[in-house]
Design a protein around this ligand. Sequence first.
Ligand SMILES: *[C@@H]1O[C@H](CO)[C@@H](O)[C@H](O)[C@H]1NC(C)=O
Ligand SMILES: *[C@@H]1O[C@H](CO)[C@@H](O)[C@H](O)[C@H]1NC(C)=O
Length: 629
Amino acid sequence: KKVHNSNLCLSTGPLPKEQSGTKSTFSLTDSASKTAWSASTTSPPGNVVSLSVSSPPDVPIGLYSLTLDQGQKVKLGEFVLLFNPWCAKDAVYMEEERDRQEYVLSQAGLIYKGTTKRIKASPWTFGQFEPGMLDICLKLLDENPKYSSDADADCSGRRNPVYVTRVISAMINSNDDKGVLVGNWSGDYDDGVRPSHWTDSVAILHQWADNCCQRVRYGQCWVFAAVACTVSRALGIPCRVVTNFGSAHDTNSNLLIEFLYDEDGNDISDDSVWNFHVWVDNWMARPDLDAGYDGWQASDPTPQEKSEGVFCCGPVPLKAIKEGELNLKYDAPFVFAEVNADVVEYVKLTNGRMVKMGGSSMDVGHFISTKAVGSDERHDITHLYKHPEGSLQEREVYERAKHHNDLQQKGQEPGLKVKIKVSPDMDIGADFDVFAVIANNTEADKTCRVMFYARIVSYDGKPGANCGFIEDLTMEVPTGKEKRLPLRLEYVDYGDTIKSDRLIQLVLIVIESSPREFHKAKRTIVLENPDIAIKLLGEPRVNQKLSAQISLENPLPEPLQNCFFSVMGAGLTDGKILIQNVGTVGPKQEAKYTVEFTPTSIGSRTLTVDFDSDKLSNIKGYLNIEIKE
Ligand SMILES: *[C@@H]1O[C@H](CO)[C@@H](O)[C@H](O)[C@H]1NC(C)=O
Ligand SMILES: *[C@@H]1O[C@H](CO)[C@@H](O)[C@H](O)[C@H]1NC(C)=O
């Protein structure tokens, strides 16, 4: 009886106000309301009263405290309100249960890396429901500068997933705020963790939160994206990690990537086409835009360009990218360039004159990939971002967008055909050939100068040391003939300097003597890592010790020193990373580790394994395990 006459008060944030929607006072009702906060009692026998509180679908997410006002205020407790993809009226509503299982509930996923021709899946533990994660995600919202400058407006803004997604995109990188990760592409990560070493978001978010929000060193695009995915899923916003192969980073924002080479084939341009780039898609309604833009929205937490003065990017509807609607919020031109920009290449001659090489509109934005729903297959979502390559619609969209940026036309096709061919077996540790192919499809015999280089490259397109070259060879190519020139790549030449991405860029430059014309072919190859074998020993049951045998064969012609296995899995290793030093492993010998852990929950789980050593690192393996009762 007494409870029935009292008011309840809910509030979130430090300065709760009714008019901001961060505070609400209401009395008990008999049934739940669909449009306002409400509470009703369920009365079991005895002197216990259970309260059932219902929220409207459009109130701010965050930590709420609930008080009972009977003249005297009694704090009843606290709870965290999240976005709710199961609720049809919520801005993040997702219709299919299997989609929600994947994009909200799944704690493990795959991130695609490599090159267009060799796409490799790499396991990642998002771990959004691991102990402490939700509190850390809320802390991340509270550390954002918009909160410090106007806490009430910020907390009130948390009703809107567009706002929250933009805050996440700004807070995952630590440029201009107390965000989580520092980006580093220098190749030297001695005072931090090598970006390719991370395998889960849990360790990163814990390190950030446990050290007074000190920036975690170091991340690169997939790390930024994976941590953004963890935070999004934890807060109830459906999210997936997306990889684009041949992503452009357009420093002039003119939708045209201009490569500049000097006459020796050295790249002297500012723009870079990354071998791959990773960002996230978040699912939500866009009431702030015209109808038709609800659904997947791209946002990119890797710090590249400032938007409204802050390093963040998006969310922007995929549909706006596809149709070239570049005036739509947020940052459409930047994402558009990442998936669409045309590539034009110039040679700067020693006399300073610029000569255009045959540019290609096909270099950027192939194979936009994400993990499929409910399986470990790669799901190609390129069609959501762009019309088919080379289609009339694609050209129209590009022209519309280009018109927006006011640009000139590109050049014509060259006369001689040059390309690079490779063999299928390019394993790390092995020696192998790659080929320059020059075909003469003109009426005349040709004499040309050929330069063929191989150099180590990191995934963001930054070139490293040369590891093989044929310099200034003069070659006759008679009319109607095709010439093939091998370049041998040997482990002794590339082994010392190859980066953990294992990428080698091949550049072929052919200069016709008369008329003087430049042709170029470029190709990035990724060397194959050895596989990690994982074998379960015994039946996987909850709360029972389980062992797995892990092994990897050293493919190099020399020993690996300082070998480590790191093993981790949400619901499997109790939030910990299990690390084993296995010392030195000789050539063609196996590194072995039998790991023991006790699964803590039932269901489908993923055990991820990382192998590191002085010469081979960033090798990942995983095993899906069904934990039974
Ligand atoms: C990248 O890492 C190196 C070595 O650990 C460090 O000297 C450099 O300052 C870092 N760069 C950035 C941008 O933090
Ligand atoms: C070389 O040029 C001739 C004449 O145009 C053409 O018929 C032939 O197909 C070309 N060969 C190759 C391999 O492209």
